[in-house]
Write a protein that binds this ligand. Sequence first.
Ligand code: GH3
Ligand code: MG
Ligand code: MG
Ligand code: MG
Length: 328
Amino acid sequence: MKCVAKILIVDDMPENIGVLFELLSKESYEILVAQTGESAIEIALSEHPDLILLDIMMPNGIDGFETCDRLKHQQICQRTPIIFMTALSDIEDKIHGFSLGAVDYITKPFQQEEVLARIHTHLTLRFLQQQLEQENARLLEEIEARKEAELALREANRTLQQLATLDGLTLLANRRRFDEYLQQSWRQMLRDHKPLSLLFCDIDFFKRYNDDYGHVAGDECLKQVAIALSKAVYRPSDLVARYGGEEFIFILPDTPTVGAIHVAQRVQDNVAALKLAHETSEVSQQVTMSIGVSSILPNGHNSPEQLLSHADHAVYLAKAQGRNQIVT
Ligand code: GH3
Ligand code: MG
Ligand code: MG
Ligand code: MG
């Protein structure tokens, strides 16, 4: 609660102002005065009184009703309590006064104690209302801040989740993401009655590459191969993952064997285009890959594990038959 309330007395008669001034001064209110409606509005807008005592009949300019109406249409005065103090005692005038937004209506001649009591009541109500308004605004701000924090947290969680599905070296999908996506694609192809293909790609003689060029060069080679592999697919539904050390795997939903072989050929072309020297490879003097292709039409009797083991077996055959080749 404010220490000193500011009260604006509006009356055309100096003697009326004098009486009220004396009465209110005793209560140590801060007092402002105006003798016309127009000057009352001006003072109210610049001084923001906590309460206004408003005469109605003022011959020089607008009357109290008009003054009240104009004040209530100003944003800053909208909630300022206005008490009419007037000789007009007709019930119609009282009703009109309240309808314009006044909180009280006191007729002259008035009882001093009653005026003070009413002023005190309305000031208290107004201050309580202000406190509630402030608390409300504070709570709204707090809710906004919480909403923002929640959004940031969700965003951070999403980023974390994405990171948890990536391979740290190549930034391809990792094994975990591969496992998830294989199950998901399997279910989708089962529903759609569409074929699902896998490419299992393994770098030839990569152990020797590491031995010859060092582990750091080996890592660099894996990164470049990963980029070449990503460029071999175009569909958003295709996934390239790092399966393990120098092994990569493609999940190709809605793709039959022929389509999968096409992708495998692009993989070999893209890796060949890297022209990465590999002097001790028995295949060529560059980095090459052996690729196992497997396709399946998911139904109730087969499984993703079968598809995977077929691809694995196909790579094994590719290795056995001389490497740098595609086997289905
Ligand atoms: P093959 O042609 O039969 O596939 O022979 P390989 O040497 O490629 O196969 P093997 O499985 O014997 O060896 C794989 C090698 O890949 C072992 C390791 O030196 C290398 N390797 C696996 N993971 C990484 C890695 O993260 N970084 C590096 N630099 N090398 C890796
Ligand atoms: Mg008057
Ligand atoms: Mg291997
Ligand atoms: Mg290998």
